[in-house]
Design a protein around this ligand. Sequence first.
Ligand SMILES: NC(=O)C1=CN([C@@H]2O[C@H](COP(=O)(O)OP(=O)(O)OC[C@H]3O[C@@H](n4cnc5c(N)ncnc54)[C@H](O)[C@@H]3O)[C@@H](O)[C@H]2O)C=CC1
Ligand SMILES: O=C(CO)COP(=O)(O)O
Length: 354
Amino acid sequence: MVSKNSSETKDKWIGVIGVGSFGTAIANMLAEKSPVMVYARKEEVVHEINEKHSAQGKPLNPKIKGTYSPAEICENCDILFMMISSSGFQDVVKTFAPFLFPYHLIIHGTKGLCLNLNPGETLDSVQKIKRSQILTMSEVILQESVVVRVGCLAGPNLSKELVKGQPAATVIASKYNEVIIEGQSLLRSEKFQVYGNSDIIGVELSGVLKNIIAIASGALAGLQLGENAKGLLISRGMVEMVHLSNALGGSVKSVIGLAGIGDLVTTCNSVDSRNFTVGFRLAKGEKLNEILADMEEVAEGINTIRVIKAFLETADLRAPITEYLYRVLFEDFDIKEALQFLMKYPFNVDIDFV
Ligand SMILES: NC(=O)C1=CN([C@@H]2O[C@H](COP(=O)(O)OP(=O)(O)OC[C@H]3O[C@@H](n4cnc5c(N)ncnc54)[C@H](O)[C@@H]3O)[C@@H](O)[C@H]2O)C=CC1
Ligand SMILES: O=C(CO)COP(=O)(O)O
């Protein structure tokens, strides 16, 4: 499909907020077609971008301009790609909110969840949460800013492979068709296919929930339990994702698409996945705090497990893989014992959602 807006957007700046692994990969892909401005909060990183054409050592296309001014990027860019880990997402949207207008269009790439709690409350203090206390990133943008045309980008998109120019595809999801069309026209290339989906919540949740299963897959690999066990995990993991996504407002269809099963297979099989790596290292006997101490990049699945565990306390739903991983990560439960429990779990129906 050729975008009717592609000529309009051709020479306009496109903004990327966040220059971590994924933000730099997407900024470089966007720079193949459009002028790109990136926002980094630290002045020294902006100097590095503009003088050395790299961001914390990650090479950037020399045409990319860096700024630490939210006002500058919002004034120059009608379309913003927000590539921030979920832990900083709410703060960043709040910082940008005074400079955002309803004409802005935001597409985010974050595979995590935020909380919507009362001031002073934390997950530890409340322990049980309802759906209304969980926010996907599109919900954060809608809650904290006047922007309405929001989209998300999710799929099997390991940044290390994108950087090498290996072929891949993604899903841009939005309730607004123009968001999907703009995203497709800006990112689609010979190496990168872009699918559209109107179920933004289902696509966001697919990217969020697969991280839990990727941690479990890393643990299976660390314990050298073989490919049959991995097939079992991926298929039961997908069923768990379907039920959780459904309970949180996503459609089953999105979980069985590229952003769900596609990303699930990729992250459950790759040593480049941070979530897979967390599971692998746990299985090798390391404790969570030791792993976190030397991980430079975010493994969103760890926080997602905490959020989903608290949600399960109020939902009429079982999610055994998530529940046992919670015990392993946060209650010092032995990982081999957790697997034994899961093997005995009475799953007796193969597919119970279609
Ligand atoms: N790296 C990958 O292969 C992929 C990552 N993702 C998702 O993209 C998101 C970002 O991941 P990465 O870029 O890999 O993580 P990263 O850890 O490399 O980068 C995170 C970025 O967020 C910024 N950030 C965090 N808190 C901030 C704050 N308070 N203010 C300003 N900036 C802040 C950091 O400075 C950094 O630029 C995650 O949700 C991840 O799940 C999605 C697909 C692929
Ligand atoms: O989501 C990803 C690839 O699609 C990246 O996975 P990790 O965050 O586990 O590295």
